[in-house]
Design a protein around this ligand. Structure first.
Ligand code: ITT
Ligand code: NA
Length: 185
């Protein structure tokens, strides 16, 4: 069983490979780029999957993800990629400097589509909090800031394998994988 993941983010590819291994799915990667419309993660994943499947003329998955911080009215959310490149983690920590409620969650939406079909989406989330400083050098982007619920370590201090046990991406990809396996039978 194979699936093609359209993404420009190598960290996502590495994590997805590890997760799919458990489900007997072989991952192929293509970095085509696809238009990202304005909207929530589900809108972006649906539109991107449909567009990429038509363009490649084969079934594909795409992912739209982000970090949602409660005290910042769920910012940066769908703007996570842009905010990471501009404000960065230092900027987020500044915005949060006098904020007591540190609650945040990562969300991931996988969009799957065939060339002539309608897109399906699969949502995963993981709850946690924003630390008071960056911790760890593993993972990527917001990982050193995010401390999952029930842990003292940030995602930046976990190996890919450890993060893959329960991350937002694990949940969304696992939902997809279970559905996809049924489809192949
Ligand atoms: P593609 O769209 O090409 O897949 P991207 O990096 O632009 O790659 P998104 O549009 O889904 O991905 O942007 C989500 C951003 O949210 C991403 O760039 C990171 O800054 C952040 N993010 C998502 N998942 C993350 C994770 O597991 N750890 C840390 N940051 C994450
Ligand atoms: Na993107």
């Amino acid at each position: 069983m194979k699936v093609t993941f359209i993404t420009g983010n190598e960290h996502k590819v590495k994590e997805a490979k590890g997760i799919f291994q458990k489900f007997g799915i072989q991952l192929e990667h293509a970095d085509l780029g696809y238009p990202e419309i304005q909207g929530d993660l589900i809108d972006v994943a649906r539109y991107g999957a449909k567009h990429a499947a038509e363009r490649l003329n084969q079934p594909v998955i795409v992912e739209d993800a982000g970090i949602f911080i409660k005290a910042l009215e769920w910012f940066p959310g769908a703007y996570s990629s842009y905010v990471q490149e501009t404000l960065g983690n230092e900027g987020i920590l500044k915005l949060m400097s006098s904020v007591e409620d540190r609650y945040a969650e990562f969300r991931s939406v996988i969009g799957y589509c065939t060339p002539k079909g309608e897109p399906e989406t699969f949502l995963g989330a993981v709850k946690g909090r924003i630390g008071h400083k960056e911790k760890g050098k593993q993972g990527f982007a917001y990982d050193p800031l995010f401390i999952p619920e029930g842990y003292d370590k940030s995602f930046g201090e976990l190996t890919t394998e450890e993060k893959n046990e329960f991350s937002h991406r694990r949940v969304s990809l696992e939902k997809f994988a279970l559905w996809y396996r049924e489809l192949q039978d």
